[in-house]
Design a protein around this ligand. Structure first.
Ligand SMILES: C[S@@+](CC[C@H](N)C(=O)[O-])C[C@H]1O[C@@H](n2cnc3c(N)ncnc32)[C@H](O)[C@@H]1O
Length: 173
């Protein structure tokens, strides 16, 4: 993904909702340590087996309520995961939690699909709550991310930075 090539992911990365691990495979080569947080225990077990012995740690948990310390990751990735959250409130909570666990200066980046009739039909039997680009931009900005870049093409991609502390103090002055 072009977005990934343009961003410094740092040493410690958190991936939200890794599923079968397509993005995990790419991300683990770009960072020193990758923590993958997956809600589905069965999927997490498979992922753990797939990446055993490497730099990937798989945790079972909810990215809307992660049991992770403040400011502990250099980067956070969310790839085709946000639309699995059943409500906009929970989606916003995930963004708020990402801001909390990200180190100042760190980047939260990801992608999601653009809403379409085909995708609604594809997800007929599971949660499909597509994220609108303008909604996502407003949420990221109001939570405090700066700068934020967002691209709408075949899919929606975004990169949102948590300001360093000195930049936040200057904003408030
Ligand atoms: C479409 S898959 C993600 C695919 C993967 N990111 C990739 O790049 O191939 C979405 C994943 O998000 C997980 N998920 C959904 N809600 C979640 C939550 N609240 N916390 C953590 N993972 C969640 C689902 O169990 C599923 O494995």
């Amino acid at each position: 993904m072009r977005l990934l090539a343009e961003v410094d992911l740092g040493r410690d990365m958190l991936e939200l909702g890794p599923g079968p691990g397509a993005a995990t495979e790419v991300l683990r080569a770009r960072v020193g340590r990758l923590t993958a947080l997956e809600l589905d225990a069965g999927a997490a077990r498979k992922l753990e087996a797939r990446f055993a012995g490497g730099n990937v740690t798989v945790l079972v948990g909810d990215c809307a309520n992660p049991d992770l310390p403040n400011e502990s990751f250099d980067s956070i990735g969310s790839f085709t995961m946000l639309h699995h959250l059943p409500t906009p409130e929970l989606q916003r909570t995930v963004l708020v939690e990402a801001f909390r666990v990200l180190k100042p200066g760190g980047v939260f980046l990801g992608s999601d699909s653009i809403a379409s009739n085909e995708l609604h039909q594809f997800h007929a039997d599971d949660t499909y709550n597509p994220v609108g680009p303008s909604w996502l931009l407003i949420q990221l900005l109001t939570i405090g991310f700066r700068p934020v870049s967002l691209t709408v093409a075949d899919e929606l991609t975004f990169a949102a930075y948590k300001p360093r502390l000195d930049a936040r103090r200057q904003d408030q002055a």
